[in-house]
Design a protein around this ligand. Structure first.
Ligand code: CO
Length: 221
């Protein structure tokens, strides 16, 4: 267990290392941020957004919650999307899930954990929509893998339906929403072929991406 003293020492070493590479770095960043991407990811400690994609402070606007869920009435997540799209002017929204997600596993197991059961209910709603695909999986590992992917795909669709993204597209903005998944065991990202831009039919994209995920988890494994 690291002590507070060690964490502050780490922080000073980190700031010195960045300053050595670029003495203007913090001065420039303190004046403005202009990230190109909004990242919506899981709160899991093993999925640090910036590190995975090798981006520095200032390059990624980040929202994380348990199991990277985008709920239509979650003012926290909606405010992040609104600020990112309208004020910061990001071009891309990335929903990034990960395999072996504890939140997704808990939703799948329907094991009571407390207050969070209400949050995970949203994943169980997605489970209900894809029940035949999940039932067709050979075992619990394949089922969890598939649901981790389906959850990302569903959350991308939820982002597309927000008033902010719909408004940006109606106003002619070339905003792209996409779904990725991260492997805890190899540190690699995979694209879930759920990419939606202005003029795209997100429900058609969702059907295609769901079918591809099902093929990976059911037929090939
Ligand atoms: Co997770």
């Amino acid at each position: 267990m690291k002590t507070e003293r060690q964490l502050f020492a780490n922080n000073r070493a980190w700031a010195r290392a960045i300053d050595a590479r670029d003495p203007e770095f913090f001065a420039k960043l303190s004046q403005q941020q202009a990230p190109q991407y909004l990242w919506i990811g899981c709160a899991d400690s093993r999925v640090p957004a910036n590190e995975i994609v090798g981006l520095l402070p200032g390059e990624l606007f980040v929202h994380r919650n348990v199991a990277n869920v985008v709920v239509h009435t979650d003012l926290n997540c909606l405010s992040v999307i609104q600020y990112a799209v309208d004020v910061l002017g990001v071009d891309e929204i990335i929903v990034c899930g990960h395999y072996g997600c504890g939140g997704v596993a808990a939703a799948l197991a329907q094991r009571p954990l407390g207050l969070i059961d209400n949050w995970l209910r949203h994943i169980q709603d997605a489970m209900r929509r894809h029940r035949p695909l999940l039932d067709a999986c050979r075992g619990p590992a394949d089922r969890l893998r598939l649901l981790c992917e389906l959850n990302v795909i569903e959350q991308v669709a939820n982002v597309c339906q927000t008033t902010m993204v719909q408004g940006a597209w109606a106003g002619g903005r070339d905003l792209v929403v996409r779904g990725w998944i991260y492997g805890l065991d190899d540190g690699l990202l995979a694209d879930l072929a759920m990419r939606v831009g202005r003029g795209d039919d997100f429900e058609a994209r969702l059907r295609t991406a769901v079918a591809a995920a099902a093929t990976r988890s059911i037929s090939e494994r």
